[in-house]
Design a binder for this molecule. Structure first.
Ligand SMILES: *[C@@H]1O[C@H](CO)[C@@H](O)[C@H](O)[C@H]1NC(C)=O
Ligand SMILES: *[C@@H]1O[C@H](CO)[C@@H](O)[C@H](O)[C@H]1NC(C)=O
Ligand SMILES: *[C@@H]1O[C@H](CO)[C@@H](O)[C@H](O)[C@H]1NC(C)=O
Ligand SMILES: *[C@@H]1O[C@H](CO)[C@@H](O)[C@H](O)[C@H]1NC(C)=O
Ligand SMILES: *[C@@H]1O[C@H](CO)[C@@H](O)[C@H](O)[C@H]1NC(C)=O
Ligand SMILES: *[C@@H]1O[C@H](CO)[C@@H](O)[C@H](O)[C@H]1NC(C)=O
Ligand SMILES: *[C@@H]1O[C@H](CO)[C@@H](O)[C@H](O)[C@H]1NC(C)=O
Ligand SMILES: [Cu+2]
Length: 601
């Protein structure tokens, strides 16, 4: 008996002891020119993106944030559930008051039960687009089944991939603006227009201002962008040399002349020649942890001459997909394997905007040469291997792209509760004007002033009296459905993020609404939901005219934001806060003695 037990123990994977991992970050403003043009930015330890935070699954992260910025700030860990610590979610007005200039604050939470790609970013006003952001990677422990054997059976390669998984190559990208986010918001409100024109896209903080002939830009605009322009402006798009739409004709006063919208129209596009990111192909495989840490732009990536194998999305290994183009809604993350099987050469890794009003591309490189021989390469070293054009369109319609609904968790123990939900939250995404947005049928918007008010988690009384706070009486263990519909007229996709939970995407139709109030009602009338292979995510795109149904288990008492990750939309009100047994959270908070998190601002 004793020996049988011993043998059983030896056969089990070796558990790595969970540890307390302490970090500190120093926030300060500085003039930087990542794309060759100077502006003030809000940096983490002097850089944007800030240093990556890497821990092992189960570790407790203790992070000291020292705020030497001229503005108040919070830090949110995107995708980390904050199980049992909802007060460390880092959302101003919901879980804490912002950290004032010259103050510091310590976040402490477990990563138990979570692994993969997460990221930290400011969650106060729209400041993360000024630079308060960075990658988080939680190394999976040995008990999760890996999908790598579906890609290669070579034992040496499998061993190499397991090693790469410990320290994947970060590929963190985001668009970069000419102006500060504060200035953009002011202009947005003053001129009633969504900020649609960015200056560059940075990859690991490196990029260039690229000027193209407007005829070149028009030639890759494609049917979707042309239709969007016809719908909004009544004419095909007219582009400037930065690939921006001329929106002047659509707005009064002429916002273009006011200089907020299209720097290429308002001022001449001046190209820069700053260094771009270079990755070296120095092993059989390369593993990229790819993060879209942008504030407005959904992107796509293609690597000249190389297929990509997507093996994990956010916090979950998936059934691998071999693709040529990866579509990345704002705030989503992917783990991608690339077989580096060329003998020589330098290959462009192309990131393009997938958002209608601007055509803009950024390039990094995958080099098989030495750093000396690589230098700063030309844009198009191997034009015959280009899979995606400047407009983000495939150069051959038969190329495979990432299929989001087929991103089934590889771990078959991840199951979705079937049958009727205990609670259903019906939400309706709508743009009310070009700068105001809502998720509620009654058109209530989250007011940015709320970020300075007493945090919801610290309030007592009837919390659903606070506009956009939803109290459905959710109890522990409840199965909850969020049925989110988009407005079909002039609908735009919205990358939605839920705090405190991952959810199962049991229905995703970008073009058709779900004309039922509940999943049960839809099933009664023959609608089929995807329980068996449902993607398990924390961020998911709502298509332009359709719906998504996100099912989750209420297992984490707190006040949890559900919002669009496009900064202009969130600031415009596209957010709700879903209460989950908030009384329990408040009792735990009292016990933990964290009252000091709130202060009058
Ligand atoms: C940030 O910089 C401080 C001071 O140099 C250093 O102690 C800390 O480890 C850095 N943080 C990270 C996450 O690298
Ligand atoms: C890995 O983490 C899971 C939680 O996701 C836990 O159940 C399991 O015991 C851990 N395994 C090891 C070997 O540490
Ligand atoms: C290019 O820009 C010029 C000057 O602004 C304009 O006259 C022309 O119509 C534009 N062409 C396209 C295809 O957008
Ligand atoms: C491979 O290249 C990367 C940079 O892309 C570098 O960080 C790493 O140390 C290199 N590994 C080896 C084994 O040379
Ligand atoms: C994506 O995957 C889903 C589910 O497996 C499948 O029904 C659909 O046809 C796929 N879409 C494409 C474009 O291949
Ligand atoms: C709380 O306020 C909501 C919204 O006004 C109302 O519907 C609900 O009845 C109130 N609940 C209690 C317990 O007073
Ligand atoms: C239920 O399905 C039937 C047949 O497809 C359809 O005619 C009817 O309109 C549906 N009911 C609702 C409430 O959508
Ligand atoms: Cu949105």
């Amino acid at each position: 008996m004793f020996f049988a037990y011993l043998i059983l123990c030896l056969a089990l994977p070796i558990a790595v002891m969970a540890e307390l991992k302490e970090f500190s970050i120093y926030l300060a403003s500085s003039l930087i020119a990542p794309d060759g043009a100077y502006r003030e930015a809000f940096l983490v330890n002097g850089t944007d993106p800030g240093p990556p935070i890497i821990v092992d699954e189960g570790d407790t992260i203790k992070l000291l944030v020292i705020n030497n910025l001229p503005i108040p700030i919070t830090v949110h860990f995107h995708g980390v559930n904050q199980a049992g610590t909802p007060w460390y979610d880092g959302v101003s007005g919901i879980s804490q008051s912002p950290i004032r200039p010259a103050e510091s604050f310590t976040y402490e939470f477990t990563t138990e039960g979570q692994y993969g790609m997460f990221w930290y970013h400011a969650h106060h006003r729209t400041y993360y687009q000024d630079g308060v952001r960075g990658a988080v990677y939680i190394r999976p422990n040995s008990s999760h089944p890996r999908p790598y054997s579906e890609i290669t059976s070579d034992p040496d390669e499998l061993a190499e991939i397991m090693e790469l998984e410990q320290n994947p190559t970060f590929f963190v990208h985001n668009e970069w603006y000419k102006w500060s986010s504060e200035y953009i918001i002011d202009r947005q409100v003053q001129y009633n227009v969504d900020p649609t024109c960015t200056q560059s896209i940075l990859i690991n903080g490196k990029g260039r201002i690229v000027c193209n002939k407007n005829e070149t830009v028009f030639s890759v605009s494609g049917p979707i962008r042309q239709a969007a322009s016809m719908a909004l402006l009544g004419a095909p798009p007219v582009y400037d040399s930065m690939g921006c739409w001329n929106l002047a004709s659509a707005t009064t006063p002429n916002i273009d002349n006011a200089g907020v919208e299209s720097p290429g129209f308002s001022a001449e596009c001046v190209p820069t020649y700053t260094d771009r990111e270079i990755f070296y192909a120095n092993s059989t495989w390369k593993m990229f942890a790819i993060y879209n840490t942008g504030a407005e732009i959904t992107t796509s990536l293609a690597i000249d001459g190389h297929d990509m194998y997507v093996v994990a999305v956010e916090g979950q290994f998936i059934k691998p997909q071999k693709i040529k183009q990866l579509y990345m809604p704002l705030a989503t993350r992917f783990l991608v394997l690339v077989k580096t099987d060329k003998s020589s050469g330098i290959y462009a890794m192309r990131v393009a905007s997938q958002i209608a009003p601007q055509i803009i591309e950024s390039i990094a490189f995958l080099s098989y040469e030495t750093p000396e021989a690589t230098g700063q390469p030309e844009d198009h070293p191997n034009p015959e291997d280009v899979y995606q054009d400047l407009g983000g369109l495939l150069t051959n319609a038969t190329y495979a792209t990432f299929n989001t609904t087929a991103a089934t968790p590889y771990d078959t123990s991840i199951t979705v509760p079937t049958g009727p939900a205990d609670k259903t939250i019906n939400l309706f995404a709508q743009g009310l004007t070009l700068t105001t947005y809502t998720l509620l049928r009654n058109k209530q918007r989250m007011d940015p002033a709320m970020e300075y008010a007493w945090p919801v988690l610290f309030q007592t009384g009837n919390l659903s009296l606070i506009p956009t706070v939803l109290d459905l009486g959710i109890k522990q263990g409840d199965v909850v459905d969020i049925i989110l519909q988009n407005t079909p007229v002039a609908g735009i996709p919205h990358p939605m993020h839920f705090h405190g939970h991952s959810f199962h995407v049991i229905s995703d139709n970008p073009l058709e609404p779900l004309p039922y109030p509940t999943v049960a009602a839809a099933e009664a009338n023959g609608t089929v939901f995807n329980y068996a292979g449902a993607p398990f995510r924390d961020t998911y795109e709502l298509g332009p005219a359709g719906h998504v149904v996100l099912r989750y288990i209420a297992n984490n008492p707190g006040a949890w934001m559900f919002h669009c990750h496009i900064n202009a939309h969130q600031y415009g009100g596209m957010a709700v806060t879903i209460l989950e047994n908030v009384g329990l959270a408040q009792a735990a908070m009292k016990k933990a003695g964290v009252e000091y998190l709130m202060h009058a601002y």
